[in-house]
Ligand binder design. Structure first.
Ligand code: SAM
Ligand code: DTB
Ligand code: SF4
Length: 334
């Protein structure tokens, strides 16, 4: 008799949940570390090829002079973080960068703009960028700040695949970090993007001096959306001289790994992206993040304005771990 169960006996993966309670998620965070990682890795294997990592490359298409006051961000006009402002790039410059990213192995090209909200005329050029990048055979993602209904519809018609708009932390802690917009503003844009049928990329930043409950509540906010974001970037704060959050006490790296693991358990089919902060992580720390269920990275020597590991370092690590790049889809069919 076969050692494997007949196909119809394979237990179905539990349905995705959207009703997580604070005490349940606190209990996950409090598990013994190895139990938590085991649970996350088990769930990960039910939905994804465990040795595959999706890679996205980032480009800042409009840099600095932003009117918002996000305490972590070197691109805010309020802080002197040494970022040279640059106007919206010409389409050809963006396409050259996308071609390079494709050649290096990226499957998605993410274009970020330091805006509170784009102007309607900016959207025309961003759509040209999206169409040019799609013509190269890559997936597209943009992050432009708050959107109107009309702008969202135009981006969808233009063929945009993903919109990145992070919640960043809990609703309670948000106003300690940003005063120029509210959590509800963020939720409203996310709702527009979702209703327009664009895939959602939404996550946060940890290591900003938030409490354990702030991290827990951020993940609950994401997991209890009517549909889980297809991509969930988990950023470790990159501390930049001149920004208010410079000098924040660093987060215990094991808590960062726990955050990845809990994100994987709560959102089993989402791409959990090990995002900003990798440049100061050891290879072993990143390996534990992959073991905890991260299966996506930002790939390329630069994030938006700060450093990311050199592509050769990432390729070498992938080779040492037997990981392969690829897989742009949400999760494999059940
Ligand atoms: N202006 C748009 C917005 O805020 O949505 C798009 C660009 S903004 C730079 C995109 C994201 O980058 C932010 O939501 C935040 O999560 C992340 N980010 C910015 N500065 C960071 C830092 N120093 N460390 C980690 N993540 C950062
Ligand atoms: C995300 O969650 N992280 C990326 C991307 N989405 C746009 C941005 C990280 C920015 C880190 C600071 C910088 O390079 O300016
Ligand atoms: Fe502007 Fe975005 Fe930076 Fe905030 S995170 S200051 S909105 S670029």
């Amino acid at each position: 008799m076969s050692a494997y169960p007949a196909p119809n006996r394979i237990p179905a993966a539990p349905a995705l949940r959207h009703d997580w309670r604070l005490d349940e998620v606190q209990a996950l965070f409090a598990l013994p570390f190895l139990d938590l990682i085991y649970q996350a890795q088990t769930i990960h294997r039910e939905h994804f090829d465990p040795n595959e990592v999706q890679v996205s490359s980032l480009l800042s298409i409009k840099t600095g002079s932003c009117s918002e006051d996000c305490g972590y961000c070197p691109q805010s006009a309020r802080y002197d973080a040494g970022v040279a402002p640059e106007a919206l790039m010409p389409v050809e410059t963006v396409l050259l960068a996308a071609q390079k990213a494709k050649k290096e192995g990226a499957s998605r090209f993410c274009m970020g703009a330091a805006w509170r909200r784009p102007k309607d005329k900016d959207i025309d050029r961003v759509i040209e960028m999206v169409q040019g990048v799609k013509a190269l055979g890559m997936e597209t993602c943009v992050t432009l700040g708050m959107l109107t209904d009309e702008q969202t519809a135009r981006l969808k018609e233009g063929g945009l695949d993903y919109y990145n708009h992070n919640l960043d932390t809990s609703e309670e802690y948000y106003s300690e970090i940003i005063t120029t917009r509210t959590y509800q503003d963020r939720l409203d844009t996310l709702e527009r993007v979702r209703s327009a049928g664009i895939n959602v990329c939404c996550g946060g930043i940890v290591g900003m001096g938030e409490s354990d409950d702030d991290r827990t509540k951020l993940l609950i906010e994401l997991a209890n959306m009517p549909k889980h974001p297809e991509s969930v970037p988990i950023n470790m704060l990159v501390q930049v001289e001149g920004t208010p959050l410079m000098g924040t006490a660093p987060l215990d790296p094991l808590i960062f790994i726990r955050t990845i693991a809990v994100a994987r358990i709560l959102m089993p089919k989402s791409r959990v992206r090990l995002s900003a902060g990798r440049n100061s992580m050891s290879d072993e720390m990143q390996t534990l993040c992959f073991l905890a269920g991260a299966n996506s990275i930002f790939y390329g020597d630069k994030l938006l304005t700060t450093e990311n590991p050199m592509t050769l370092r990432d390729r070498t690590l992938f080779e040492r771990l037997g990981l392969h790049m690829g897989g742009s889809s949400y999760a494999r069919p059940a």
